[in-house]
Design a protein around this ligand. Sequence first.
Ligand code: ADP
Ligand code: MG
Length: 246
Amino acid sequence: MTLVMRAVEIRDLHKSFGHLEVLKGIDLSVDSGQVVCIIGPSGSGKSTLLRCVNLLEQPTRGNVIVEGVHLTDEDADIDAVRRRIGMVFQQFNLFPHMTVLQNVMIAQQRVLKRGKAEAERIARENLDKVGVGAKADSYPIQLSGGQQQRVAIARALAMNPALMLFDEPTSALDPELVGDVLTVMRKLAEEGMTMLVVTHEMAFAREVADRVVFMDGGVVVEDGPAEQVIGDPQHERTRTFLRRVL
Ligand code: ADP
Ligand code: MG
């Protein structure tokens, strides 16, 4: 028997903002080492779902279990779980007054209590890995959007996450800069990183994802192998969505 480690398990997750129910009972699991892409129209609850996985939003009902820890348990060590999760947003959210190197060092020093020399070494390793090592002493504003997003990825990786969440990481980029970011993400996937990725990049999802999940109206409409969900969708809502984006 092989033991498959569940990185994330989401059970009957509901999330409301006031009277607006945004997530209406989501069940979704991601095994360790898997890449799962979430697709779906704007407003379907994709960002809210990701934000519930690291408790940037508090679920209204249901369970989110990360590496066996029930996040909604009162005695769950939420900060410890959050340290295991890296998140990359559409907007890169780099600190504008810090250099690229400082951006990748700060959380290592503040949160993980790494010393300066170690934090710098790990920062440089990860900046090299995403192809922006030469920009270590630049400020974010001096970088292209694609370079800034790769710095944001390096910053997350420097924390040694067990799970990476990406929320439309290429949506704010000029088209010619999208490829460099996707290349970094593809490399991460090949190295075995567990990834939950909200994206409109169907070619990327088809090629890299183990599974594709189509969400609409706060529910999972379809969840299956990328080839099936994108190549041969079973539901009319999925087909309609894909016709619009492909
Ligand atoms: P998606 O990422 O799929 O576009 P979101 O999760 O961002 O969808 O949003 C789903 C719905 O929830 C939208 O109608 C949005 O306006 C609403 N929503 C998201 N966050 C909040 C919030 N903090 N307060 C109120 N409504 C919100
Ligand atoms: Mg969103």
